[in-house]
Design a protein around this ligand. Structure first.
Ligand SMILES: NC(=O)C1=CN([C@@H]2O[C@H](COP(=O)(O)OP(=O)(O)OC[C@H]3O[C@@H](n4cnc5c(N)ncnc54)[C@H](O)[C@@H]3O)[C@@H](O)[C@H]2O)C=CC1
Ligand SMILES: O=C1[C@@H](O)[C@H](O)[C@@H](O)[C@H](O)[C@H]1O
Length: 338
């Protein structure tokens, strides 16, 4: 049944992504409003709540979700805080959009999966927003036509201008390459079975002790080989590119050729400086699709299974980074719910 009144959303975590999603729900998305925000940093939560009519600030997710004016939950707290918020939302059978990663490790992702499986229906969409990016959607549609033949290899580049101060070498895999993990599974419709991580000479511009860049290689159960250059202190901007090499041709996205200028004897364009700008349309589409589906009483998009599979691949990747060699990915049997 379609819900007519706007969906009342509680946003947990009001940092960079959470605050941007609050703005998006209030100013871009139709059919929803923010009724509560939660952050362990009380001042941050209050500052965000103050910008929204009828929004209450909390410091504890469980208290916010117990309030009568919450229909759905958007989780944008730090990864390690996701599990508690997800379980609290599932205990109340509330629909959830959870920013990636679903959870920082596979054991914690499995606990969330088990909580949803016990409910007997899907409630969670994971925030792998690249699935809603116009270029990625075009690439997937092309692959689905079969014109290019079977995919054999994918070359990905994932570059951030600079890493945040809390970033660790493990997070290049678990936080950043988490996206390519999902994109690989989604684009190819295959599971990742093994991960190898090579360590190029660290950039002198990366913080001391940060292994940046890294070169990650996935093998899939369909026989494809996928590489990811992850470089989170490249300095010049935010760049996400993917080239799929198939039996009869290749397709490539992310060259950023939307506008090319000619001036003073040179040609060129601009490069986004961060994900908020590069993926703005994808986040907008992701949230609108979530709100619309939720109001229809449906759950679409990346599932808890997708979040769990990504967590298991990233865990194998972190082991490969630290121990060397090729690490196989172990997945539990996929429950019928997914
Ligand atoms: N889809 C995408 O492209 C992106 C996704 N993310 C994801 O979004 C999430 C948030 O990332 P950022 O906004 O960059 O981080 P951030 O550090 O700016 O914000 C996180 C906020 O969560 C709050 N927090 C921590 N523990 C909490 C708890 N137990 N309850 C309530 N609030 C809590 C912190 O005080 C902080 O305000 C992460 O999962 C991250 O991986 C981040 C950047 C881009
Ligand atoms: O999800 C994201 C961040 O958490 C991550 O740290 C960045 O490397 C990614 O580019 C961004 O999309």
């Amino acid at each position: 049944m379609t819900q007519r009144a706007p969906l009342r959303v509680a946003v947990i975590g009001t940092g960079k992504m959470g605050a941007d999603h609050v703005r998006r729900i209030e100013e871009v998305v139709s059919g929803a409003r923010v009724s509560a925000v939660v952050d362990v940093d009380a001042e941050r939560a209050k500052a965000v709540a103050a910008r929204v009519d009828g929004c209450t600030a909390y410091t504890d997710a469980a208290t916010a979700l117990a309030a009568a004016d919450v229909d759905a939950v958007l989780i944008a707290s730090s990864g390690p805080a996701h599990e508690a918020a997800l379980v609290a939302a599932l205990e109340r059978d509330l629909p959830v959009l959870c920013e990636k990663p679903l959870a920082p490790d596979s054991a914690s992702a499995l606990r969330v999966l088990e909580a949803e499986r016990k409910l007997g229906h899907r409630r969670v969409q994971v925030g792998f927003m690249r699935r809603y990016d116009a270029e990625y959607m075009k690439l997937k549609s092309l692959l689905e036509t079969g014109q290019l033949g079977r995919p054999l290899m994918v070359h990905n580049r994932h570059r951030n201008a600079a890493s945040p101060p809390f970033f660790t070498s493990d997070m290049l895999v678990s936080d950043s390459v988490a996206h390519e993990t999902d994109v690989t599974r989604w684009l190819l419709g295959q599971e990742i079975t093994a991960v190898t991580v090579l360590r190029p000479r660290p950039s002198a511009n990366a913080p001391e002790d940060l292994q940046d860049p890294q070169f990650v290689v996935f093998e899939t159960d369909g026989g494809a080989v996928v590489d990811v250059e992850i470089f989170v202190n490249c300095g010049f901007g935010y760049q996400v590119q993917a080239e799929v090499v198939c039996e009869r041709g290749t397709a490539r996205i992310g060259d950023g050729h939307a506008m090319v200028t000619n001036m003073a004897g040179r040609w060129g364009g601009t490069i986004s400086q961060d994900f908020i700008d590069r993926f703005a349309d994808a986040y907008d589409r992701e949230l609108q699709v979530w709100v619309d589906a939720t109001r229809r009483g449906e759950v679409t998009g990346p599932s808890t299974w997708d979040g769990y599979a990504a967590a298991a691949v990233c865990e194998a990747g972190v082991r490969a980074l630290n121990e060397g060699g090729r690490v196989e990915v172990e997945l539990v049997e996929r429950p019928p719910l997914y």
